[in-house]
Design a protein around this ligand. Structure first.
Ligand code: NDP
Length: 230
């Protein structure tokens, strides 16, 4: 299997969980040590040549990719009037186009093998919206369209494509948020706490399991109830 952005945060927890379950895991990221037992592959998902080379390396080491978790993501938050084209492009290029690149490449062997699991890491804000995140929430909402289109296109070949939609999870990405923003979120989350990376990893493992073979095009929230109804 391949996890993008597997060296930190949510991706690292996903890598650890699948390793523990006995999978051969390749982590595509731009540096850092992968978890013991994982194959660390240097890959910037904004670069098509690097994506192709990374898949070749992963396939040589681990065989055909049957499970893909497209998890790499960045934020460049600011209000729309201040959001530059560069802020927009950077986020769309990693979060959306990067996911497209790896899904396209992984789909090849999944279609051939007539079995595959694609899980995109979306976000509660993809459907809930978030002030200051027009670029980020657009990129995450688009992953729902991608999963659903893939479902219609290759669902008949034994491949599922789903979105896991984390809410506010304690990672490097959220550690930089100001205290007042965190307090506002806490007040809005019915579970009255932030989420843990292990809770997202468990949901991803389920969506990638054999038993989840009849679940496709779904959005599975892991958000303590924050996005209910969205
Ligand atoms: P982190 O900031 O902790 O980690 C981001 C990961 O993405 C890193 O492994 C990073 O690799 C990788 N990455 C970033 N850019 C690229 C790139 N161009 N090519 C390859 N890898 C890249 O994020 P989180 O763990 O918090 O988030 C993981 C995913 O979950 C993201 O998609 C995020 O949007 C989503 N999410 C997070 C939430 C949260 O509350 N934390 C809530 C909802 C969704 P490197 O270290 O090499 O830069």
């Amino acid at each position: 299997m391949v996890v993008t952005g597997g060296n930190r945060g949510i991706g690292q927890a996903i890598v650890g969980r699948f390793l523990a379950a006995g999978h051969r895991v390749a982590s595509f990221d731009m540096g850092g040590e992968p978890a013991t037992g994982a194959l660390g592959v240097n890959c910037n998902v904004t670069d098509a040549d690097q994506v192709e080379a990374a898949f070749k390396q992963a396939e040589e080491a681990n065989g055909p990719v049957e499970i893909l978790v497209a998890n790499a993501g960045i934020t460049k938050d600011t209000l729309i009037l201040r959001m530059s084209d560069a802020d927009w492009d950077a986020v769309i290029n990693v979060n959306l186009t990067g996911a497209f690149r790896v899904a396209k490449r992984a789909a090849k062997s999944m279609i051939r093998g007539r079995w595959g699991r694609i899980v995109f890491t979306g976000s509660v804000v993809g459907l809930y919206g978030s002030a200051g995140q027009v670029n980020y929430s657009s990129s995450k909402a688009a992953l729902v369209g991608m999963a659903r289109s893939l479902t219609r296109e290759i669902g008949g070949r034994g491949v599922t494509a789903n979105v896991v939609a984390p809410g506010f999870i304690e990672t490097d990405m959220t550690a930089v948020l100001p205290d007042d923003v965190i307090a506002k979120y806490l007040a809005a989350i019915p579970a009255a706490r932030l989420g843990q990376v292990a809770e997202v990893a468990a949901a991803v493992e389920f969506l990638a399991s054999e038993e989840a073979g009849f679940i496709s095009g779904a959005v599975l929230p892991v958000d303590g109830g924050l996005g209910m109804g969205h």
